[in-house]
Design a binder for this molecule. Structure first.
Ligand SMILES: C[S@@+](CC[C@H](N)C(=O)[O-])C[C@H]1O[C@@H](n2cnc3c(N)ncnc32)[C@H](O)[C@@H]1O
Length: 224
């Protein structure tokens, strides 16, 4: 987080405050932005999908037309209730707040958007592998600590493009000001490289990439 931390305190914090105000005037969800990437990478078999840590249920709703059955799971009961209310009209959707590892599989798709850093990573990756059907796919969007030069270059690119993307996605200024996230959040503690090591050990052949919006993506298909 060095560059992100430095950007927050540079010039006594006044620059970061101005940038935060600018971003708040043109807000956009760094998580929802990746729903298009997920929908563009769905597996061939589409019987069942599981979205772990579904939050308000936006991705669950987006997956519903593409799968026979979609399960949303969130450890936070208030989030699970909100997601269930959002998907009330979709007969193939269920939302649960129990342990996601107890959900009955197998699944052709398991997704996690900004969730893996809330979990014990090696255990979670092993659980995903078990829940996936042969040929099933894991698509994750994540956050990590920045440590390497590459991490910092991507942070710099994200800092610069953040307001530009906001202008495009939300051209009319919002009046609410800076608002807290609508779901439980946690700072990532694992670096990108550490996470990459866990991912390639648990899921040989997985693709992990830096992305804008201070995120990375992970893609893995369980061998048939
Ligand atoms: C940063 S939010 C992301 C929410 C949603 N995926 C999105 O993109 O808007 C992380 C979510 O993971 C949930 N979460 C944290 N630990 C979890 C766990 N062990 N099982 C299920 N959900 C969990 C939190 O309650 C929270 O809703």
């Amino acid at each position: 987080m060095a560059l992100r931390g430095w950007a927050r305190t540079w010039a006594g914090g006044s620059v970061s405050t101005a940038v935060a105000r600018l971003n708040a005037r043109h807000p956009w969800s760094h998580n929802d932005w990746f729903h298009g990437w997920i929908l563009a990478n769905l597996p061939e078999q589409r019987r069942a999908a599981l979205d772990v840590g579904c939050g308000q249920g936006g991705l669950v709703a987006a997956l519903a037309p593409h799968f026979g059955r979609v399960v949303g799971n969130d450890a936070d009961p208030a989030m699970a209730r909100e997601a269930a209310a959002r998907c009330r009209g979709a007969a193939n959707v269920s939302v649960e707040d129990g342990a996601w590892t107890d959900v009955r599989g197998p699944f052709d798709l398991v997704t996690m958007v900004a969730v893996l850093h809330h979990l014990d990573v090696p255990t979670a990756l092993a659980e995903v592998r078990e829940l996936l059907a042969p040929g099933g796919r894991f698509l994750a969007v994540g956050l990590a600590q920045s440590q390497s030069v590459t991490d910092h270059v991507w942070d710099a690119a994200s800092i610069l493009t953040n307001p530009a993307i906001g202008f495009v996605l939300h051209p009319w200024p919002a009046r609410e000001g800076v608002r807290p996230p609508p779901y439980p959040v946690r700072e990532p503690t694992m670096t990108y490289d550490e996470l990459h090591g866990h991912v390639t050990a648990a899921m040989p052949g997985a693709t992990m990439r830096h992305r804008l919006a201070f995120r990375h993506t992970i893609e893995w298909t369980r061998p048939s």
